[in-house]
Design a protein around this ligand. Structure first.
Ligand SMILES: Cc1cc2nc3c(=O)[nH]c(=O)nc-3n(C[C@H](O)[C@H](O)[C@H](O)COP(=O)(O)OP(=O)(O)OC[C@H]3O[C@@H](n4cnc5c(N)ncnc54)[C@H](O)[C@@H]3O)c2cc1C
Length: 459
């Protein structure tokens, strides 16, 4: 590359900021990553203690794009990658106070007690239901009731959305939170028909749908990925560097809050929007970031508990258990970590990660520790037959966990588009714009680097 190397400031060293930095450094650009906290990784953090391995935030990464495998290979982490145990496909949904395995095949669907015969027969109508008029925005709940019926909302979508978004289907927008579902209806007229046609398209593109993508982690948890990125970005990252302002000067972008008088050709705020609104953005006067204050991030507590195997009656033969709201329990769901990956618990012990709070009951994420533990153990005892006290506990409370792509979220996405167009060199990427999953944020970081490259070439 004979062209002049560019300088880029990235604010936030979560997965999106780190993968963007890696892709830009690889192209020879000068990259400075500013991270407010004393560590990188954002919500990803693995704790190893007393023979247990606990993920504080995300537990698994879905390999939805070939770019994820490429990154892992580039970082030399292939041998440390671990696929979730293929024998642990069961996902339990609580029905009438009992975990029932979600059907995994058409035959299991016919025989499952999770849905009534009426709900099952109702599905035969799905291909004949007309799509919502284009341009109309529906909540996920309205969409599911219209196409699949109320029982699917209560015993499939409600618990699933609690597990992924810590969200409420009545608030989430099908168009923004589940764009592929929305597209299936709009393009193919039916979810069932669209699933079949979509599988062919994905195969051609080498992509994998989220329900088929392989679930991975690493021998020592997701921290391995963060450490791998840290190794190749040594010298690019400034820790304990909270940015308080971004201003456009005649010769480039300047950041304030750190001892930095460099000017940058491009700037990427890769931090949550509730932090973004605390930063002063200027370009010929202040930019208005106040609309982003309306983006909701409900609180969620993630509590990892270790037990001796004999303390738990349930076989724990699956990914985990989700709890529908109609079951009126405290918790949102529990992941059976030690069933999924080796090395998560000492010999003859098990690890369970339970989520509590979210849009369903935000106050529960902020309960005093003893009260929260009582609530969790009450549910684990009733649902999984857990007895006695845990031998290990690791708790992380996220006061602002996951942004909710609610009905009307398009106005925030439009605003990001508008700000990028208006302020040359300003880019946005991460969980607040490109999808809330770890894989979405990782790929968003890689893709924003491509967009920056294009911008530098066209400048
Ligand atoms: C509890 C929980 C569980 C999850 N589980 C899963 C899962 O199992 N699978 C999955 O796919 N996804 C999961 N997710 C979602 C996924 O982990 C996140 O969406 C993704 O990691 C977000 O990455 P990011 O880089 O966009 O943001 P973040 O990880 O939030 O990183 C932003 C960074 O910006 C920094 N920062 C903030 N303010 C400033 C400032 N002023 N100056 C400089 N730096 C600043 C922060 O300290 C942070 O390091 C989970 C999320 C949570 C909260």
């Amino acid at each position: 590359m004979g062209e002049r190397k560019k300088s880029i400031a990235i604010i936030g060293a979560g997965i999106a900021g780190l993968t963007a930095a890696h892709a830009l450094v690889k192209r020879g650009h000068h990259v400075a990553v500013f991270e407010a906290s004393p560590r990188i990784g954002g919500v990803i953090e693995t704790v190893c203690r007393d023979g247990y391995l606990a993920e504080c935030g995300p537990n698994t990464l879905l390999e939805t794009s070939p770019k994820i495998g490429e990154l892992i290979r580039e970082l030399g982490l292939e041998s440390r990658k671990r696929h979730a145990n293929p024998g642990m496909k069961n996902r339990y949904i609580v029905k009438h106070a009992r975990p029932v395995a979600m059907p995994l095949s058409p035959w299991q669907f016919v025989t499952t007690g999770l849905f009534s015969l009426r709900a099952k027969l109702n599905l035969l109508r799905e291909p004949f239901i007309s799509p919502c008029p284009s341009g109309t925005e529906e909540s996920l709940a309205a969409f599911v009731v219209r196409r699949l019926g109320k029982e699917f909302l209560d015993y499939a979508i409600n618990p699933f959305v609690a597990g992924v978004y810590a969200g409420a289907p009545e608030k989430l927008s099908v168009m923004h939170a589940f764009p592929k579902l929305h597209a299936l209806e709009q393009n193919d007229g039916s979810l069932i028909k669209g699933q079949i046609l979509g599988a062919r398209t994905r195969m051609k593109r080498g992509e994998v749908s989220k329900d088929k993508a392989r679930m991975i982690s690493f021998d020592r948890g997701l921290q391995v990925l963060v450490d791998g990125l840290e190794k190749v970005l040594q010298g690019n990252i400034s820790l304990a560097s909270r940015i308080t302002g971004i201003a456009r000067k005649a010769q480039g972008w300047q950041v304030t809050g750190v001892d930095e008088d460099r000017l940058f050709d491009a700037i990427l705020p890769a931090l949550p929007t509730h932090k973004m609104t605390g930063i002063r953005f200027e370009d010929d006067g202040p930019m208005d970031f106040s609309p982003f204050e309306e983006i909701i991030y409900p609180p969620v507590a993630s509590v990892v508990m270790g037990f001796r195997r004999e303390q738990v009656t349930h076989p724990l033969n699956g990914f985990g258990m989700l709890v529908p709201e109609v079951e009126r329990r405290h918790i949102l769901g529990t992941i059976f970590n030690s069933s999924l990956f080796e090395g998560r618990a000492p010999e003859a012990c098990v690890t369970l990660t339970t989520y509590i709070g979210g849009m369903r009951a935000p106050e529960k994420a902020l309960l005093p520790e003893e009260v929260m533990d009582r609530c969790i153990l009450e549910d684990l005892s009733a649902l999984l037959g857990v007895r006695g006290s845990p031998t290990f506990v690791n708790r992380r409370v996220y006061r602002h966990a996951i942004p909710q792509y609610v009905v009307g979220y398009g106005r925030f996405k439009d605003r990001f588009d508008h700000l990028e167009k208006k302020h040359a060199g300003l880019f946005f990427a991460g969980h607040y714009r490109n999808g809330i999953s770890l894989s979405d944020s990782l790929v968003a970081g890689l893709e924003v680097a491509d967009r920056m490259e294009l911008f530098f070439k066209e400048k």
